[in-house]
Design a protein. Structure first.
Length: 147
């Protein structure tokens, strides 16, 4: 393959990739950022919601004072979280990846258990059908499953 052919192929592949990314952004919105960026967004969203929260339980008199306390707590939380995110952005990516792995392991365990349950149910139905009428099998020798 000539250098110009390789360059043309690389250019075409890059254009296709850019077009696919643009299509996905249009269809699904912007891709999520790093775990640290997502945590920052979460803190900002929660802070905005808490700051705008009006509680009927606090009444009209305590309302402004309570809002000031909420704003103070939000500022303190941001001040505590922001340096941790700045110093350790990769930690959050690792934690997110570990969480995904734990979720995959849990799903695998649940699916395996569901398969055992459904296969046991099928075996019991097959045994019941093999006995003939499929009616009431309660009698001596019936196996009672306590699981």
């Amino acid at each position: 393959m000539r250098a110009s052919d390789a360059d043309a192929w690389a250019t075409a592949a890059a254009e296709d990739l850019a077009a696919e990314k643009a299509r996905r952004r249009t269809e699904y919105g912007p891709p999520p950022g790093s775990a640290a960026e997502e945590l920052r967004k979460l803190v900002d969203t929660v802070a905005d919601r808490l700051s705008g929260l009006q509680s009927p339980l606090l009444g009209q008199v305590a309302g402004p004072a309570a809002q000031q306390v909420v704003k103070q707590v939000v500022q303190q939380a941001r001040a505590a979280v922001e340096p941790v995110i700045e110093r350790n952005p990769d930690v959050f990516d690792h934690l997110a990846a570990a969480g995904n792995e734990l979720l995959a392991a849990y799903r695998s365990a649940v699916q395996a258990q569901e398969q055992r349950w459904t296969s046991r149910d099928r075996e019991l139905k097959d045994l019941k059908n093999d006995h003939g009428d499929g009616g009431d099998d309660s009698g001596p020798g019936e196996r009672i499953d306590l699981d």
